[in-house]
Design a protein around this ligand. Structure first.
Ligand SMILES: [Zn+2]
Length: 73
């Protein structure tokens, strides 16, 4: 089963792990698994999901979060 990586902030799957290689090249050690979201610019650890079903659940959560924010004003 393939793992799905998604942005922690916006839930996008349009993230890349190129940063990880950059940090590796610099030899700065612990900055492993750092991803950059191409959609919102988030940098950090991604959501790692086991299945497409879990990913859809995440998207639903994100949607609810946004709705709650709109209601709050
Ligand atoms: Zn994002």
């Amino acid at each position: 089963m393939a793992e799905i990586n998604a942005c922690l902030k916006c839930g996008s799957r349009n993230i890349s792990g190129l940063k990880q290689l950059a940090y590796w090249a610099k030899g700065s050690g612990p900055m492993m698994g750092i991803y950059t979201c191409q959609d919102c610019g988030y940098e950090g650890h991604p959501f790692v999901l086991d299945s497409l079903r879990d990913y859809k659940k995440l998207l639903e959560l994100k949607k609810e979060e946004q709705n709650a924010r709109i209601k709050k004003g």
